[in-house]
Ligand binder design. Structure first.
Ligand SMILES: [Zn+2]
Length: 347
């Protein structure tokens, strides 16, 4: 039976009736009787977490566990997350989970690629001498994205600019996109100059990166939730700890500057518990993003970034419903009244 929902459709802000026909949305009343599952409230095309890594088995070894993966994407889904991007996964998603009725839409980027000159130690890195070939292969093998470590160890220099540039050129020539992990001023600057498609974290970002990102069309995923969680654990009485805190303060400033410069800022959590992207929205607002932009960063703007439709005629049937307007009260995102995914009621 088609589902019928009526409410204020965001981001347009127009009150509409919409129906589901299987995994599609229509604004035209179907001939078959429909089950009204929402009447009133605010309708989003679901939430999106563009930086999360579900599926890591418990323990010291970085191993992919399909059961853990299934549990953690279910946590996202139950929180109203209808689409996920994984900038780094420890393994391949089982086919049966990809298109399962209860699975959010998933955009993968393969593994965390690390140039051999950068990393020899981190267990979750896939270390390679030929970063360009590996990046192109990952983007082709997955959903058009690859993920690479732009830097890693605080004491080691980041990936050389020329190499990073070759990766970007190679992946773009293959029709793919590059997500770059950066956590040092030098690392962010190199990634911004090279024109990667998304900068992840961006700790300590130099001011000139804002203009570079705007010029290249690079998106910014600061993952403020993860940094806010680890801030209390970082020392303040040694040089490295102070560098960390200064880098954290700087990245928070850059979030608003980037937004003001026209950079697409997106919500990613990078952290447990899974399904907490509503918290990232609150951090983005705290960093100075207008609330509407912060909600969009975890919903319609992120879906557009991933190539997924919004609430439109013929679009995918992903819908979340909230009692109040999240643009005025982002806290309501923690409490979806309804979650519809692939045309089926989740809650
Ligand atoms: Zn991450």
């Amino acid at each position: 039976m088609p589902l019928h929902l009526r409410g204020t459709v965001l981001p347009d802000g127009v009150v509409r009736d919409l129906w589901t026909l299987g995994d599609r949305i229509t604004f035209e009343r179907p001939s078959a009787p429909a089950d009204t599952v929402a009447d009133g409230g605010f309708l989003l095309p679901g939430l999106v977490d563009v930086h999360t890594h579900p599926g890591a088995a418990a323990g010291d070894d970085p191993v992919f566990d399909p059961e853990v993966f299934a549990e953690q994407i279910a946590e996202h889904r139950d929180a109203g997350v209808t689409a996920l991007r994984f900038p780094g996964l420890l393994g391949e998603i089982p086919d049966e989970l990809r298109e399962a009725p209860g699975s959010p839409r998933m955009i993968t980027a393969g593994r965390w690629l690390a140039w051999a000159g950068l990393s020899r130690s981190a267990g979750f890195h896939t270390v390679t001498d030929d970063l360009v070939a590996a990046a192109v292969a990952e983007a082709k093998a997955h959903d058009g994205w690859c993920k690479l470590m732009g830097d890693w160890d605080f004491e080691a220099p980041p990936v050389p600019y020329e190499l990073l540039r070759a990766v970007v050129d190679g992946v773009h020539a293959a029709g793919g996109r590059v997500a770059a992990h950066c956590q040092s001023a030098e690392g962010v600057l190199g990634a911004a100059r090279a024109g990667v498609d998304s900068i992840e974290h961006g700790m300590g970002m130099p001011q000139e990166c804002v203009g570079l990102m705007a010029g290249h069309g690079t998106s910014y995923v600061p993952t403020l939730t993860a940094f806010a969680q680890s801030a209390p654990l970082r020392a303040k009485d040694n040089a490295r700890g102070r560098l960390w805190h200064e880098g954290h303060r700087t990245m928070i400033r850059r979030v608003q500057e980037a937004y003001d410069a026209g950079v697409t800022v997106l919500a990613g959590t990078d952290s447990a518990p899974h399904g907490n992207v509503a918290v990232e929205v609150e951090h983005l607002i705290g960093a100075g993003l207008p609330p509407e932009a912060a909600v969009g960063a975890a919903s319609w703007t992120a879906r557009a970034f991933l190539g997924l439709p919004l609430l439109a005629e013929g679009a995918l049937a992903d819908i979340t419903v909230y009692d109040t307007d999240p643009r005025e009260d982002a806290g309501v995102l923690r409490h979806p009244r309804r979650v519809v995914l692939r045309g089926r009621i989740i809650r």
